[in-house]
Design a binder for this molecule. Structure first.
Ligand code: GKR
Ligand code: MG
Length: 451
């Protein structure tokens, strides 16, 4: 009998691209007017295209390009073998100290991101197209676990872009209140509630997360309380990215049961204790559930976090864990009575589709998935970006990722990357921040506006 295999990958192209962002504030500083990503486009022998998106920056572009010889000529069904080979032989970002994201030092992202996840995604997209199955049906042991994937409304404090001498996007022709406010200064509880209301109207989010680490802890908790008052049914969560001391975090959160559904990375390492030990003490002191995308970003860290009982919800971003790794985590969490979720950074619609597929395959009770896409909505690079309606993305039977690349839009975003000033290529949130506070420097224990 003639031996038939799956199609082979014929070409691989890496496109560093850029999009527009708001002056979003976090512990790391202030987002620049541009954010960057890398997109991998594969083509197989049948002419199908497979796509994957991952974090931006030249280090990641170079890593992806180094994978080329391991990908070209590979059968799409052998994608796991390809990923294993990339892990063994692919280029790594230089200078990793192993600190990871424990202090939200954003320049460490390139060490935490598993760039091969973009190749994994693109090959899975091709495999799904070949088999006529969505990626969610190909991941895990049980295939599709849910047809409606819940996402949360990700709220941010926003700096006044007029105070920063950088070319932030000015949106005109706003079609709703979300587009009217998403590039404007927001530094009060009222402003945060206004964001949530606008998001609810446009996307129907049922749950909200506030990015903290910006103002004093008690100020941020006022916003959380205002959110709870306005949306009493919502699961509200705040993420100061470990900026608070244990003492402060306990004080701020002790009586907040019923107001916050869970806390995300409330504190970090201090007084000679690791973040895993401190978070465990926080949990014991407050009896609140805790989520993380900082203290368990790989299996070794997760082992220690689990043995310290430091976390309840692991935000297993497929770009930190790979798609299969994130699902492997979901199965383990379910067996241990813990919860799966996903962290995000600024992204385009390929990532949104990827997160939806992975979350659809994750077993157990998942927590609504993070997405920054609401800040970028309208800048899609696919012909049919996923739509968030009633707070969920519906998983259809469309094969692969369920989205098709729009080459014209991709090339436009690539052009923006090439023509914008080079200083924006690798993320540095202190650039914009220094217009707000002179000589501002990142400090993992100080909210960015508190100096
Ligand atoms: O968009 O700056 C940001 C966020 O602060 C991001 O960098 C975080 O990694 O969203 C993330 C989080 O949940 O910690
Ligand atoms: Mg977080």
């Amino acid at each position: 009998m003639e031996k038939k295999g799956t199609p082979k990958v014929k070409s691989m192209t890496v496109y560093p691209i850029a999009g527009y962002d708001s002056a979003l504030l976090t512990l790391s500083g202030c987002h620049s007017p541009y954010f960057t990503r890398n997109v991998v486009v594969l083509e197989d022998e049948t002419g199908n295209k497979g796509i994957g998106e991952i974090h931006g920056g030249e280090a990641i572009t170079e890593m992806l390009e180094s994978y080329n010889p391991m990908v070209i000529g590979a059968e799409i069904a052998d994608y796991r073998k390809v990923i294993t080979e990339i892990r063994a032989k692919g280029q790594k970002a230089k200078g990793d100290t192993g600190e990871g994201l424990q202090g939200l030092n954003i320049s460490n992202l390139k060490f935490v991101v598993q760039a091969e996840a973009a190749v994994e995604c693109a090959m899975l997209d091709l495999l799904g197209k070949f088999l006529n199955k969505p990626i969610a049906a190909l991941l895990g042991d049980g295939g599709i676990q849910r047809r409606e994937v819940p996402f949360l409304g990700y709220l941010f404090y926003i700096a006044d872009p007029k105070k920063i001498d950088m070319p932030y996007l000015i949106e005109t022709d706003c079609k709703d209140s979300w587009e009217k406010i998403r590039r404007k200064e927001t530094l009060t509880p009222e402003g945060i509630v206004e964001q949530a209301k606008a998001l609810y109207e446009r996307y129907g989010f049922k749950d909200f997360k506030l990015k903290g680490g910006v103002l004093k802890g008690e100020e941020e908790m006022k916003a959380v309380e205002a959110l709870h008052k306005t949306f009493p049914e919502a699961r509200v969560n705040i993420d100061p990215n470990g900026a608070w001391s244990l003492e402060e975090a306990v004080k701020l959160c002790q009586n907040k049961h019923g107001v916050v559904a869970y806390m995300e990375d409330p504190c970090g390492p201090e007084a000679g204790f690791s973040s895993r030990e401190i978070m465990s003490e926080f949990k014991t002191a407050t009896n609140l559930k805790v989520a993380t995308n900082m203290i368990a970003t790989n299996w070794r860290q997760f082992y220690h976090a689990a043995s310290e009982h430091s976390v309840d919800i692991i935000l297993a971003d497929p770009h930190f864990w790979t798609l299969n790794g994130s699902i492997r985590m979901a199965y383990l969490l379910k067996d241990w009575g813990l919860t799966w979720g996903s962290h995000s950074n600024n992204h385009f619609d390929i990532t949104l589709a990827t997160f939806a597929q992975v979350a659809a395959a994750a077993p157990g009770n998942i927590t609504p998935v993070d997405t920054h896409y609401i800040w970028q909505d309208g800048q899609g690079i696919t012909k049919n970006p996923p739509v968030i309606k009633n707070g969920v993305i519906e998983i259809t039977d469309k094969p692969g990722l369920g989205v098709e690349i729009d080459m014209e839009k991709l090339l436009k975003a690539h052009e923006l990357y090439k023509t914008m000033p080079e200083k924006y290529r690798s993320r540095d949130d202190s650039l914009a921040m220094q217009y707000l506070i002179k000589d501002w420097k990142y400090d993992s224990k100080k909210p960015c506006m508190v100096r």
